[in-house]
Write a protein that binds this ligand. Structure first.
Ligand code: NAD
Length: 321
């Protein structure tokens, strides 16, 4: 019997329950190619209809376009505000990085206006490895706590690629300062290094969101975008894994998403979506995982193909002193 609804999972100590599949809205900023507003609206509507309650964006995606399109799409749903959870970010912009208290305090007002909302559920410092981590601890997070008190944001998060940034910050702030971390490209078939950090995050009561289960497009039949920072070796291995699946009549994206979803210590897997077709495929993959499990044979075959590049990543951010 097919599971009827997408699983909801608790997010750390926040009291929020996120859908296991979250809607990554960076594609709505045309980060992965052109998307019409009509297709974007339809994708958001279909995701919500199928049980997705969590939507993630940033002022950086498409130079504010993603926030604007997501805001309009959510408004068009015409449902009460407490039925969906919105995360946006601060500190990273088309113009560059600025994690100063002044900039992030102004940033939330700009985001709320673009999103047409009175508050966001999460405001996350975006890609903190590009700023001074000590500034994040001493200036940015205290500024975000004030925004929390002002009711503009409900919870505070930090995001980025190198996993060491999370422990650096969490070891230096009072408990309850950071409610959630968003990691990306570290819990997918080719790189599962986030797993080692999960017990630490759990001990701190910090919620975990893992983004980019398709390794920002590498684990799709179409492959990654031009700007993808992976090495040519990693790209080639993912291409070989995708071709192997295709040759067997299987879809690598489905298997990759299911692999990430299978770890229930992660509250939500954020996948970037830009069409009704992708939404329907991804939700179907999640529901099928809950009822029929994964295609373990093909998973083991692509794990073998990806073995030479397992856990290979790329540099991100500035050298911290
Ligand atoms: P992803 O791994 O989710 O891949 C997205 C790509 O896969 C897009 O091109 C999308 O159109 C395509 N896709 C989705 N479903 C598909 C399907 N069923 N078949 C074929 N192709 C499919 O990468 P992502 O979008 O970078 O990550 C997801 C979201 O997580 C982002 O949109 C963003 O919201 C968030 N994110 C945040 C950070 C950060 O805060 N630093 C970093 C990365 C991602």
């Amino acid at each position: 019997m097919a599971a009827q609804t997408l699983q909801l999972r608790p997010l750390g100590n926040t009291g929020l329950n996120l859908s296991s599949v979250g809607f990554g809205a960076s594609p709505l900023g045309k980060v992965f190619g052109d998307v019409s507003e009509q297709d974007a609206f339809a994708a958001v509507r279909e995701a919500f209809r199928l049980g997705v309650n969590f939507f993630d964006t940033s002022p950086y995606y498409g130079g504010t376009l993603s926030e604007k399109v997501l805001g309009k799409a959510l408004k068009a749903l015409g449902v009460p505000r407490d039925q969906y959870i919105v995360s946006t970010k601060c500190g990273r912009y088309k113009e560059g990085f600025d994690f100063s208290a002044e900039r992030v305090t102004k940033s939330i007002d700009e985001s709320l206006e673009r999103l047409q909302l009175d508050y966001v559920d999460m405001l996350q410092c975006h890609d903190i490895e590009f700023g001074s981590l000590d500034q994040i601890v001493n200036e940015t997070l205290p500024a975000l706590l004030k925004l929390k008190q002002a009711g503009k944001i409900r919870f505070i998060g930090i995001t980025g690629l190198p996993l060491g940034i999370f422990t650096y910050v969490l070891d230096r702030v009072p408990p309850g300062t950071v409610d959630v971390i968003l990691s990306y490209c570290h819990y997918s078939v080719n790189d599962s290094t986030l797993e080692d950090l999960l017990p630490y995050l759990k001990s701190k009561g910090v919620g975990v969101i893992s983004a980019s289960p398709l390794s920002m497009g590498l684990l799709t039949e179409a492959g990654g975008p031009e700007w993808h920072p992976a090495s040519s070796e990693l790209k080639a291995a993912c291409r070989a894994a995708a071709d192997h699946c295709k040759g067997k009549g299987k879809n690598i994206s489905k298997l990759a998403l299911q692999y990430s979803l299978a770890n229930t210590d992660i509250s939500s897997i954020l996948v970037g979506m830009k069409s009704v077709r992708e939404v329907e495929e991804n939700i179907a993959a999640a529901l099928e995982l809950a009822t029929a499990g994964m295609d373990e044979e093909t998973l083991s075959e692509i794990t073998d193909i990806l073995k030479p590049v397992k856990n290979q990543t790329w540099p991100s951010g500035i050298q911290q002193s």
